[in-house]
Write a protein that binds this ligand. Sequence first.
Ligand code: 5AD
Ligand code: SF4
Length: 440
Amino acid sequence: MSARLDGLKVFVRTFGCQMNENDSEHIVGVLAAAGAAPAGGPEDADIVIVNTCAVRQKSEEKLYSYLGRLARLRRKRPFLIGVAGCVAQVRGADLAARVPAVDLVIGPDNYLDLPEIIGRAAEAPVVRTDFGRDWREIGPEATARVTPASAFIPVMEGCDNFCAYCIVPYSRGREKFRPLGNVLAEVRSAVAAGGVEVQLLGQNVNSYRDPGSGLGLAGLLEAVAAVPGVEWIRFITSHPKNFGDDIIRVMAACPKICPALHLPVQSGSSRVLARMNRGYDREAYLALVGRLRRAVPDLLLMTDIIVGFPGETEEDFEATCGLLREVGYAGVFSFRYSPRPLTAAAAGPDDVPLEVKRRRLIALQSLQRSLQTGLLRSFVGRELRVLGSGPSPRGGGRFAGRTAGNLVVNFEAPADPSGRFVTVRVGGSGPYSLHGRAVG
Ligand code: 5AD
Ligand code: SF4
């Protein structure tokens, strides 16, 4: 029998991307299956697990300051401290040595072993960062969903691309694909639990291949769309170099696939893209955007940008600003380059001065803010289908939700529409969201 944790209370703090949010649902689910109960916060937990992001230096720094807080809290009351996720994977034993308060370090491929590892960590610190070669299935029965109406469904993990700046091939390992049957079983289970939207997750979902049949992402999307009860399908994240026309055709043909894509470009300069080892240039990216928009006319795009990659000139940066103008993104996540361990770019100089990176980031964000404000304004007066997510974080008794195009809408409604679709008449807009009133 596997280790039991009956009576213990667990708190999981999550940093990072949707993949990590979903992994935390697995961590809580696996521990609950072993008898543990959720704690409200670190204050009343017997075990605190920090699920970490390593993608940028800043993400990693957040971990160390949070661990400092936990260590202080533990002077008042004993509890176990575990570090999971990407920092755990890449730092491993060094992390346990650097922060003595840490009792266990566990990489993303080992969560099924958590109950046993926690049992041992009570005696002495444990580090477990093994990588399996095959997909390790954590089924829906060990997934404690935070948002059942909108279910995260992992379909692949890892990355084989080795972009020069990126730590993910080291924190998540080589690409591994989840068998199609397991994906569909989880989709059906999510629908049975009230799911209407599914978000297919992976670091590079476009390279999906069913290990049994070789079926790719296009076929996977069709199979998921055929599951009764699924209304909206998203897939995150796409690599522009693997975006086949078969996927575009399925997006155009299947109304359940949301007209929204996260399509990270990273830079608008072909010279920088080549040095980043992205596998496409500016022209190829823009051509892809053109093909997508012709096939899916109401498509909204989001992207990621890195400013200050080594060797980035003012001219390169201007090319990125020009690309933002040309594409007209609905949202941009932008970051200052920071060198990450093990990556190719970290072997060379980090030669764009910090003040220059700062200035470029501010300029890029203010440009995007004005472009986005214009785009969002074009939705005013329209009626949009919105999936309610709960009370608006902006308060005022309003609710929040998202459109199929993944726009945030804050709206007035007679009753809490969480997990349901409502039609909202858009009365106004800002740089980051729409607002309006539920109709009908
Ligand atoms: N420095 C800055 N940003 C980075 N990203 C990935 N690695 C780095 C790095 N070393 C950004 C990319 C990626 C997003 C998740 O984080 O834009 O798409
Ligand atoms: Fe961060 Fe990447 Fe890990 Fe997600 S997979 S948590 S983005 S480092």
